[in-house]
Ligand binder design. Structure first.
Ligand code: ZN
Ligand code: ZN
Length: 178
């Protein structure tokens, strides 16, 4: 298998894989490991990908297309959505795609990924997968109590002394709904 670029080293270089032999050989299957450097990617004002992203990828030729299965582990370091404490959490996901040389129906089809010149830009594909996979809420722990709306103290560190009577009436309405 031919790869170009040096995974994990420097920015702007990508891992490009020549898929010609997979398109031609039914059943040909190879595994590879790569690291992606997403340290320059910004999300909500922070750059959360402090550690390289590790991917275990398997490519299998199947009926003129290529099945790709990637197990990806990534670590996010960013502020909790509720208490704003910086936390680091690890995520792992599996992505699967069918890589094709041409799309038959003409329209966009989410299940198929068009590979131009039989060369796969693995970095770009996995980067898109990871962006779609990111958690919609990023919390330091599932039951994070967040900041007190009255005094701003981090309530995970203990009660702040504000009594229930001082709660903003708008929040009190919300509380009754919980
Ligand atoms: Zn939190
Ligand atoms: Zn308080």
């Amino acid at each position: 298998m031919q790869t170009t670029g040096e995974p994990g080293k420097g920015k702007g270089r990508s891992v490009v894989i020549d898929l010609k032999s997979f398109f031609l050989s039914d059943g040909l299957s190879e595994a590879l490991e790569c690291r992606l450097d997403l340290s320059g990617m910004e999300l909500g004002g922070v750059k959360p990908f402090c550690a390289p992203v590790c991917a275990h990828v398997r490519l299998t030729g199947f009926g003129g297309s290529v099945e790709l299965r990637a197990e990806v582990g990534y670590t996010l370091t960013m502020p909790c959505d509720r208490c704003f404490e910086e936390v680091t959490r690890h995520f792992s996901s599996t992505f699967a795609h069918t890589l094709v040389r041409q799309l038959h129906s003409g329209g966009e089809d989410g299940d198929y990924v068009l590979v131009e010149d039989e060369r796969l830009d693995l970095d770009r594909l996995l980067q898109e997968d990871i962006l779609l996979d990111l958690p919609s809420k990023f919390l330091c722990r599932p039951d994070c109590e967040g900041l007190c709306p009255t005094c701003g103290k981090n309530r995970n560190e203990g009660p702040c002394g504000c009594s229930g009577r001082e709660i903003d009436p708008r929040l009190a309405v919300l509380q009754e709904l919980l």
